[in-house]
Design a protein around this ligand. Sequence first.
Ligand code: EPS
Length: 389
Amino acid sequence: MLRFMTAGESHGKGLIGILEGLPAGLGVDEDFIDRELGRRQLGYGRGGRMKIERDRIEILSGVRHAETLGSPLSFLIANRDWENWTSAMGAAPIAEGADRREVTRPRPGHADLAGVLKYRRGDVRDVLERASARETAARVAGGAFARLLLDRYGIRIGSHVLAVGPERVGPEFEQLPLERILRLDPASPLRAADGEAEGRMKAAIDRARGGGDTLGGTVEVVAGGVPPGLGTHIQWDLRLDGWIAQAMLSIPSAKACEIGCGLESARTPGSGVHDAIYSGADKAFFRRTNRAGGIEGGMSNGEEIRVRVFFKPIPTLGRPLASVDIRSREASEGALERSDVCAVPAAGVVAEAMLGLVLARAFLEKFGGDAVAEIDARWAEYGRHLGSV
Ligand code: EPS
């Protein structure tokens, strides 16, 4: 069973991750993990924080001589901004009259109000520090370990941006093959395959910034090389699509997710939704379409897993919405915290990490062992089974 947890506040010392359940003997490429952390920091529309941080992993346990030991992996991603926050975060005595950076005006759309009510706090900062999307840096690192496992068995994951606010890529970029997604320039402004649409997206972000507003959008995350049979139909909480939806909707700002032709399938007759099955000389079974998005009956079916995730705009607005001061109960405006105008490309990198974690968990349920050598043997045997059916 692969288990993953994170800890850490946005302006605390750093983010911590613990990943338990990876087999022993897996090669660990720290440069790959750092590259993934770097990709998460990019994207047109990010705020000032990304200029301060240069996220790097420091592995604390579970790895020796660049190989996993089978023991829990733990790691730290230091927050460079911590130095500017030591007293406000309560790690050093705060001088009389110094700014505690208290927040008493909850931002509509953020965890602020529900969090202070639930945890009985008088300072919204006690909630927002953990609710901040900064936490997703730890997910990207955890997901990168998972992807090192998947990569060994030829399973690869990529993402691209389909829409930012009202601006969308052209229809020819909607069903982009994974090979093309993986070749997208990670440093392009929005990681959208349609350069013309990318220009319109940038202009929309500029307009939003100018108007004190923010923008959400849509990303597609795709996994290729996935064998049939990850997840199972036999129990509601073991279905792979359920795991994927939970993982995607756990990403800050995610409000919806669809698999394959998703929403469209509710409007279309069955003959236009389901993917006919064929048999060929070099492949026992194959499909000419993939409207199911690679999942049938809660199991991977061997086609690419295609998931779209829909993100709301970031709740910290330059021109804040109406709010109420939690202490005085006076009508006010939501607090103005430093933030991003748009973080959709970064959310795509996080979605890749979450899909990696879910697929690695499902993969280990099917092929798991204590050491990669055991998994290699089971993987090869399953390959023989699929080839002989
Ligand atoms: C983020 C770090 C945060 C925000 C953003 C994402 O840093 P700071 O609060 O210091 O500016 O830029 O967080 C949010 C969008 C949010 O709603 O909390 C990051 O590392 O991704």
